[in-house]
Design a binder for this molecule. Sequence first.
Ligand code: SF4
Length: 316
Amino acid sequence: MRTFRYLYGPVPSRRLGRSLGIDLVPHKVCTYNCIYCQVGRTTEETVVRKEYIPKEEVLEEVRSFLAKEGPPIDHLSLSGSGEPTLHSQIRSIIEGIKGMSKTPVAVLTNGSLLYEKEVREDLLLADVVLPSLDAVSQEVFRKINRPPGVFSVDNVIAGIVEFRKIYRGQIWLEILFCRGVNDGRDELRRMKEAIDRIGPDRVHLNTVVRPPAETWARPLSNQELEEIRVFFGERASIITEFDRHLFSVSEGNRRQEILKILKRRPLSHVDLSKGMGISPEELEGEIRPLVQEGTVRVRFFEDSVYYEMAKRDESL
Ligand code: SF4
């Protein structure tokens, strides 16, 4: 059975259902270095757009995956181990995918490059774009997203506002809250103003629910998130845990799939077993040897057991 290099999952997704991830940049190339990042600290912080991964290889993998028999997929999602709009060919990759499938294409972006006209135009064919916006003041922006010096959060917001003007698809804005960092009263008030300026279709509120890049990035309580949801109004919702859309992986490939998924992000025992459509006991049987041999390690976060790669394996 074929192993894909640039595709992962389908993995549990809180917003996109059963979503096939398409990774457009290597781990971990990003314009930001967020304190809460679940794929770890950024190793290459850059604003340089280029063809990080050969476009034709990505499209060939998607074509090959779609040709397989299997349960339907809800979204084909450009995301992965960093910022997908850094890929200079993202427009023709979306065009290529649209040419081979009717499945909606989603782009999960931090929105940092939308101030560039070319990037805004590159995303026009996507069905849903999910930009993040965790701060509206420069000081909080620097603290939570840790961008390179060139970035101004005012420009980032202006870029998303401009994108809204020309884009006909859905915009789901995500705000991730870290306790004591971006949840201050004044920041929330200004965020609400920014949301009104942008006019997204939905606003998704999130907090630190998976092991973060920095251990001091802490979550808000459900009650605090709920208060923010009410303050932000009817467009806002709290993203709930994935609990449906099981997917299966063939027996022979389970170990490989587990490693591929964990290479991109830590996952809890519950998420991993639900996502793979296997019982917690079956997962235990698969994962225990990986932990014993030192390939995967256990990490505790907020009363849950998570698994993550103990060391990087670029062949996965
Ligand atoms: S959370 Fe997203 S934007 Fe932030 S560092 Fe991680 S990949 Fe980049």
